[in-house]
Ligand binder design. Structure first.
Ligand SMILES: Cc1cc2nc3c(=O)[nH]c(=O)nc-3n(C[C@H](O)[C@H](O)[C@H](O)COP(=O)(O)OP(=O)(O)OC[C@H]3O[C@@H](n4cnc5c(N)ncnc54)[C@H](O)[C@@H]3O)c2cc1C
Length: 402
């Protein structure tokens, strides 16, 4: 069947689902709250192989955007190498995980959407939506109204669509960690490009990767028990971060201190959240996808991947289902178990970063044993995340009813 869709949110899930719907023959208009297209300038993320597989299903190839990240190494703050493994085992067709600046990824997806005929309207913050007999009427903060057969809420962690579908829906859960990072130049000790280095330091987690041009992209996750307000986080200056991080990594081995010293501007930072279980993903002709439905802590590097997978699966269900309500039910059946398992794993990984100094000793031992087991058996416990495959041509209907 064919419909018209109104998408709230022009981030990763919103643009990906618009592209997927277009491929399925469904017209979609993206309504993005912000006026500009410069999103979260500064941060970067890694698209694991399952994200690239999902992009491939809708004919998207990252091309020159970002750079390959084939391996990850894990060390402790004392400098002990806990293990090294592929960044995503079981990759199909030679896919290699890719690290990309967030702003470049958003730009890439929006350009691809527009080149496929998707309309993106900026300055359109969804404030309310109501079911009309056979569709949805959405109201925006600028007073305008738009109607379509479907409303897809891809409006992220603080989703308004989630609240419209279910005013009692749970919100974001604070994970006890801050996020910051930056870009450094001239740090030869950082090593070769392509390896993601994860360092479980004595007092703080640190990760870095070297771009092929030599720039070091890094992130740190200081534990922060009491949640700060967004204004408090935004007020932390680059110099305050430098002082604080230099103290946190003072007793660790590895290049963290050199990298921090060689960074001109350290990001103001973000709180870390997830959204574990939202009981209602859809009501009438409205549905939520991506972070709006199941945000995962950044620790597991899968939030964008899950958003892209969602987009492909939802478009396939709408393409093949007899009506939107049945398509939404099939979509939820196909997605809920996987995404909630990923959120749970992200929460556990994040918890490992926020441990007290005493608890870090057994953590390192457990990680080391786990890595040795992995090296011996090749049995990566995250394999089920990475080797997920999406085939555009496989009928969603029969797949969802298997
Ligand atoms: C520090 C950090 C590191 C991360 N690292 C990784 C990683 O390595 N790998 C990975 O896969 N994931 C990573 N993630 C997670 C990933 O960024 C998110 O899961 C992903 O952005 C979710 O996409 P989304 O489209 O659902 O939400 P978003 O990308 O947040 O997009 C939501 C969009 O909706 C818009 N919007 C909000 N409200 C409204 C409204 N009312 N009306 C209209 N528009 C609205 C917003 O402006 C935004 O453009 C990381 C996240 C963080 C914070």
């Amino acid at each position: 069947m064919t419909y018209t869709a109104l998408i709230a949110g022009g981030g990763i899930a919103g643009t990906a689902v618009a592209i997927a719907l277009r491929k399925a023959g469904i017209d979609a208009v993206v309504h993005e709250a912000y006026d500009t297209t410069a999103d979260n300038v500064g941060a970067f993320l890694t698209l694991a192989v399952n994200a690239l597989d999902a992009l491939q299903a809708i004919d998207l190839d990252m091309g020159e955007v970002g750079f390959d990240t084939p391996r990850i190494t894990i060390t402790s703050g004392s400098g002990r190498r806990l293990g090294e493994l592929p960044y995503g085992t079981g990759a199909p067709g030679g896919l290699v995980s890719r690290t990309v600046k967030r702003a470049d990824l958003y730009r890439f997806l929006r350009e691809q959407a527009v080149s496929r005929g998707v309309r993106i309207e900026y300055g359109k913050r969804l404030v309310d939506a109501t079911s009309t007999g056979g569709g949805v009427a959405a109201r925006f903060a600028d007073g305008s109204v738009a109607e379509a057969d479907l409303l897809i809420g891809a409006d992220g962690l603080r989703s308004r669509t989630r609240e419209i579908i279910d005013p009692a829906a749970p919100g974001a859960r604070y994970a006890g960690l801050l996020n910051t990072g930056g870009y450094a130049r001239g740090v030869p000790a950082a090593g070769e490009s392509g390896m993601m280095h994860a360092i479980f330091g004595k007092r703080c987690f640190f990760a870095y990767i070297v771009h092929p041009d030599g720039e070091v992209w890094w992130a740190a996750n200081p534990a922060q028990a009491a949640e700060l307000t967004p204004a408090e986080v935004a007020a932390i200056t680059s110099e305050e971060w430098r002082t604080r991080l230099s103290e946190l990594f003072r007793r660790d081995h590895g290049p963290a201190l050199d990298i921090i010293a060689a960074t001109d501007e350290i990001f103001a930072g973000w709180n870390t959240y997830d959204v574990p279980t939202v009981p209602l993903w859809h009501r009438d002709r409205m549905i939520i996808i991506g972070d709006a439905a199941h945000a995962t802590a950044p620790s597991i590097g899968q939030g964008a991947a899950m958003a892209i997978e969602d987009a492909v699966v939802l478009a396939k269900c709408l393409r093949d289902g007899p009506d939107p309500e049945s398509a939404f039910t099939a979509y939820e059946r196909a997605r809920r178990e996987r995404v909630e398992r990923v959120v749970e794993q992200g929460n556990r990984t994040g918890g490992w970063k926020a441990l007290s100094p005493l608890a870090r000793v057994p953590r390192d031992v457990i990680m080391s044993l786990g890595m040795r087991h992995l090296a011996r058996t090749g049995n990566d416990p995250s394999r089920w995340i990475y080797e997920h495959r999406l085939d555009w041509d496989e009928p969603a209907w029969s797949a969802s009813h298997r």
